[in-house]
Design a protein around this ligand. Structure first.
Ligand SMILES: *Cc1c(COP(=O)(O)O)cnc(C)c1O
Length: 372
C-alpha cells in the first residue's frame, strides 16, 4: 500500500497505534468473548470504558471537580441548540462571529424562543481572516454567556488570547482544537467539541460544563437537558459506545505521548514548518493575519483558481488526501490535528516545492480568498 497522508478536516486521521489496538481487541474484548461493539452499555466492561475515558480527559485537561464531563450525540451542531435552550432562556446571549461555524451557532440560537441573541464582534468584514477584539465594557454583566469558536476550522484562525468577559461565563466551541494546546478550563463556563477532529471518531460530542450552569430549566426534552444527562452520567439512553471506546484509546495514547504540553510542541512545529514554506514561496500564500493563524487548520491559496485545482489534483494523485479547501473558501487546507504525522508535513512541503518549480508563476498581491 502506498503511503497516504490524510489532511481531512473531520472525520480526521486517528493515531495508528490506536487503530491497531482496536483491531487487536475487536473480536474479543478483554476475554469477554464479545466484541466491544456488542457490549451492553450497562455492563461492567463498558462502565470501565466510559469512566476511564472521563478520567483521562479530566487528567489531560486538568478539569476541576466542579465541572461535569458529558458524552453526548448530535455533534457540535446540536450544542448550537442545546446551549441556548439550557442556559439562555429569557436572557441575552452574546456571540462572536468568526466564521462559518460561529454563524451556524448564531443562527441556531436565534431559533430558540425567548433568547436574545447579540453579536458582540465579527470579522466578517474581512472574510473571517482575523479574530476581532472585544471591549469588555460593552458586555452586559447579566447576560447568560459569551460564545466563541476557539479555532475556526474552515477559515484557519485561532484565539491567542481569550476575551475578558467579567462574570459572564465564557462558552467555547472547541471542536477543532481541543487537546491541541493547554486551556485553563476554569476560564470557561462550558466547552464543547465534536470528537471527530482531535478526540476520536464521529458520533460523539464532549461537553464540559460547570456545575452551577446545569439545571436552569425544567421544560426541556430529556435528551436535550444537561441536567438529565449529567444526573445519568451520560447513560440516560444508549450512548455511542464504540466512539467512546475509541476516544478512551486516543486519550490514553495522548497521555503516553506526554499529554497536551507535549503534543502542543509537536503541533506548533508542524504548523510552523508549513507556514514558513507558504510564506517563503513565490506561489502559495496564506490569507490569514499572522497573529491569528491556526495551528490545526492551515488554508493556503495561489491566487489562481485553475492553479489551485491543478495542485489539488496532482496532490491527491501523489497520496495527499483531502487537501482541497472547504467549498465555501476554495484553495487548499491542510488540517494538522494531533494524530497527523510530521512526516506528512515534510512530504507536503517537498511536493509544494516541486509543484512550484514546475508551474512557475508568481503569487498575486491580492491577499484574499479566490472566490470572494
Ligand atoms: C466540525 C465543527 C463543527 C460541527 O461539528 P459536528 O460534530 O459535525 O456537528 C462545529 N464547530 C466547529 C468549530 C467544527 O470544527
Amino acid at each position: 500500500m502506498k503511503t497516504i497522508y490524510n489532511f481531512s478536516a473531520g472525520p480526521a486521521v486517528l493515531p495508528k497505534p490506536v487503530l491497531e489496538k482496536v483491531q487487536e481487541e475487536l473480536l474479543n474484548y478483554r476475554n469477554s468473548g464479545m466484541s466491544v461493539l456488542e457490549l451492553s452499555h450497562r455492563s461492567p466492561w463498558f462502565e470501565d470504558i466510559i469512566s476511564q475515558a472521563e478520567k483521562r480527559l479530566r487528567e489531560l485537561m486538568d478539569i476541576p471537580e466542579n465541572y461535569q464531563v458529558l458524552f453526548l450525540q448530535g455533534g457540535a451542531s446540536l450544542q448550537f441548540s442545546m446551549l441556548p435552550l439550557n442556559l439562555a432562556k429569557n436572557q441575552k446571549a452574546y456571540y462572536v462571529n468568526t466564521g462559518s461555524w460561529s454563524k451556524k451557532a448564531i443562527s441556531e440560537a436565534k431559533k430558540i424562543a425567548d433568547v436574545q441573541v447579540e453579536t458582540l464582534a465579527s470579522s466578517e468584514d474581512e472574510h473571517f481572516t482575523y479574530i476581532p477584539k472585544i471591549d469588555p465594557a460593552t458586555i452586559d454583566q447579566d447576560a447568560a454567556y459569551v460564545h466563541i469558536t476557539t479555532n475556526n476550522t474552515i477559515e484557519g484562525t485561532v484565539y491567542t488570547d481569550l476575551p475578558e468577559t467579567g462574570k459572564v461565563p465564557l462558552v467555547a466551541d472547541m471542536s477543532s482544537n481541543i487537546l491541541s494546546a493547554p486551556y485553563d478550563v476554569r476560564k470557561f463556563g462550558v466547552i464543547y467539541a465534536g470528537a471527530q477532529k482531535n478526540i476520536g471518531p464521529a458520533g460523539l460530542t464532549v461537553v464540559i460544563i460547570r456545575d452551577d450552569l446545569i439545571n436552569r430549566s425544567d421544560t426541556i426534552s430529556a435528551m436535550l437537558d444537561y441536567k438529565i444527562q449529567a444526573d445519568n452520567h451520560s447513560l440516560y439512553n444508549t450512548p455511542p459506545t464504540f466512539s467512546i471506546y475509541l476516544a478512551k484509546l486516543v486519550l490514553e495514547w495522548l497521555q503516553e505521548l506526554g499529554g497536551v504540553p507535549a503534543i502542543e510542541q509537536l503541533n506548533r512545529k508542524k504548523a510552523r514548518l508549513l507556514y514558513e514554506a507558504i510564506d517563503q514561496s513565490d506561489l502559495f500564500q496564506s490569507p490569514i493575519r499572522i497573529a491569528d493563524r491556526s495551528i490545526m487548520n492551515i488554508p493556503f491559496i495561489t491566487g489562481n483558481k485553475e492553479v489551485d485545482a491543478q495542485f489539488n489534483k496532482e496532490a491527491q494523485a501523489a497520496g495527499f488526501e483531502n487537501l482541497k479547501g472547504h467549498r465555501s473558501v476554495g484553495g487548499m487546507r491542510a488540517s494538522l490535528y494531533n494524530a497527523f504525522p510530521i512526516e506528512g508535513v515534510y512530504d507536503l512541503i517537498d511536493f509544494m516545492h516541486k509543484f512550484e518549480k514546475n508551474v512557475g508563476g508568481k503569487k498575486t498581491n491580492d491577499i484574499h480568498y479566490q472566490n470572494i
